[in-house]
Design a binder for this molecule. Structure first.
Ligand code: COA
Length: 169
């Protein structure tokens, strides 16, 4: 099947107000905050545009962050230098419009964010996410993320492992 979406950087001509994911805070973030965060270099925002309708079908935000070494599993941390902070990329928000949920778009947006991170000249060890609820935690665990040692709603996935998973797909 042909992927019916184009993933683009959020721009002023995109209609953000119509986006509805069923998670009001995520809809509001896109409508009122994401553009401003882009202009101020707080986070990038990428939208999936449904080609046929020219509407936003999903979005994610992405920015630099770091995660405490103490939140990484002992097995993994053993292989890392003893710096207290591990360079990471935060997937700040991820949402798919209700009408498009369950068709693989959420996974496609996650893969796009991972590939974008892997392409960057600025390296990061892991992708980090803050899930908004248990269903979000389940979505990220399904895709290989592991909860922080002490913060169950924050999860991480080493980008090298993400790259191996993508190659195996
Ligand atoms: C969570 C969300 C992003 C998933 O997007 P989606 O397009 O509906 O999901 P996909 O169709 O891409 O699903 C991809 C895979 O994840 C699985 N999955 C989807 N939602 C899941 C969930 N909540 N828990 C566990 N697995 C989930 C699917 O079963 C599918 O598995 P498969 O590839 O093995 O068949 C979307 O439902 C959404 O935006 N919900 C409201 C906002 C939200 O909860 N955001 C989460 C960030 S905290």
């Amino acid at each position: 099947v042909i992927f019916p979406f184009a993933i683009e950087s959020l721009a002023s001509h995109h209609d953000r107000a119509a986006f509805s994911s069923g998670a009001e805070a995520l809809d509001r973030h896109l409508a009122t905050q994401a553009g401003q965060d882009m202009r101020r270099r707080i986070a990038g925002c990428y939208v999936a545009i449904e080609k046929a309708a020219n509407q936003i079908a999903g979005y994610y935000t992405i920015a630099a962050t770091s995660m405490p070494l103490s939140e990484i599993s002992a097995k993994m941390a053993k292989k890392l230098p003893r710096y207290p902070l591990v360079p990471s990329i935060r997937l700040g928000r991820l949402a798919v419009a209700r009408a498009h949920q369950g068709k693989g778009l959420g996974a496609s947006l996650l893969i796009d964010a991972i590939e974008r991170s892997l392409r960057s000249d600025i390296v990061a060890f892991a992708m980090v996410v803050d899930a908004k609820d248990e269903s979000g935690v389940a979505f990220y665990r399904h895709h290989g993320f592991e909860a922080f040692a002490s913060v169950p709603m924050s999860l991480s996935l080493p980008l090298a492992e993400a790259a191996r998973r993508l190659e195996a797909m």
